[in-house]
Design a protein around this ligand. Structure first.
Ligand code: ARG
Length: 298
């Protein structure tokens, strides 16, 4: 399948993509060895240029509360354990992309991490998928980077993805992802280094609505987004910095969101979404929040 780049083709490409339904299960990685050891994105240092310091026990509490929030809204949670020396392992959006085919078989495409410090995370996820009976796929040798659902935001209900092109995933990878997955792929170039993964600047809420950070995209990207959503909600600079775009709406109804983004909460409530505010401050010190802490399972 060719990448979908012409805005005029986007509405039909989304409608024609195979249906997939809401997210009912996620895979989360316990933050046992979570820390900030080196800065691989602009959020990992403080204003003086020092590496952020995280509290592992507090991170564990925040993570436990996120697990509970998923269970409360009826989403099942699978848990995978990391290993010492893998400080970013808990960001389980990044190591893979999963889907179900029309015969009901489950698939996982493994990522090629941009940063050497994260490469060893992927085989641990691979093992989990194999144990669960997934068909596991890899990109052609040497094609790097591709960071899974950090850059692949699913259009709700569909086997179709908004696809970030930037420091963590290159355009050539998307061509292969389209072939391997059979999904509709709409590339969006990321132009602001702070919004290094698509999941930091786009949050799909339903097949009509999405939160986004306009300044993170180039003009062609903005036009594609406008063609895909009738209700694009821009974030204030303040809520953007508070990771409000890294929220997750599993079911067109509940939105799990970092707490303290008042304008975003108002915009969501006005549209009938039920907002669940959570504290993910320890993970924000590493450049992530709700969305990156889980992998949607098919
Ligand atoms: N420190 C991690 C990294 O830079 C954070 C990843 C957050 N994940 C995300 N999908 N935005 O790789």
């Amino acid at each position: 399948m060719p990448l979908v780049t012409d805005p005029d083709d986007i509405p039909d490409a989304l409608l024609d993509a195979p249906g997939r339904g809401p997210c009912t299960e996620v895979l989360m990685a316990r933050p046992t060895h979570f820390t900030v050891e080196s800065a691989i994105n602009p959020w990992m240092k403080d204003e003086h240029g020092n590496l952020n310091r995280v509290s592992q026990p507090l991170a564990q509490q925040q993570w436990d509360a996120l697990v509970q929030a998923y269970l409360d809204v009826g989403v099942g949670v699978h848990v995978i354990d990391g290993a010492p020396g893998l400080p970013d392992f808990c960001f389980s959006a990044n190591q893979s992309l999963t889907w179900r085919d029309d015969k009901g078989r489950r698939h996982a495409l493994l990522s090629r991490m941009a940063s050497d410090t994260r490469v060893a995370e992927v085989p641990i996820f691979e093992r989990w998928y194999r144990d669960q009976g997934y068909e596991v796929h890899t990109l052609p040798e040497g094609l790097r980077p591709f960071e899974g659902t950090g850059d692949a935001i699913r259009h709700h209900g569909q086997h179709a993805y908004w696809a970030g092109v930037g420091p963590r995933t290159r355009l050539e990878a998307w061509q292969q992802v389209a072939e391997i997955t059979g999904a509709a792929i709409i590339p969006l170039t990321l132009k602001d280094p702070r919004y290094y993964h698509l999941d930091t600047c786009l949050c799909v809420l339903s097949d009509r609505a999405a939160l986004y950070i306009p300044g993170a995209f180039d003009q062609p990207g903005l036009e594609r987004l406008k063609a895909g959503f009738t209700d694009l909600i821009p974030l204030s600079a303040e809520d953007a910095r508070n990771f409000a775009c890294n929220a997750h709406c599993p079911d067109d109804r509940h939105v799990l969101l970092q707490s303290g983004s008042e304008a975003t909460v108002k915009a969501l409530s006005r549209r009938g979404f039920q907002v669940i505010e959570l504290e993910t401050g320890e993970f924000m010190k590493s450049g992530g929040s709700v969305f990156c802490l889980k992998q949607e399972l098919p």
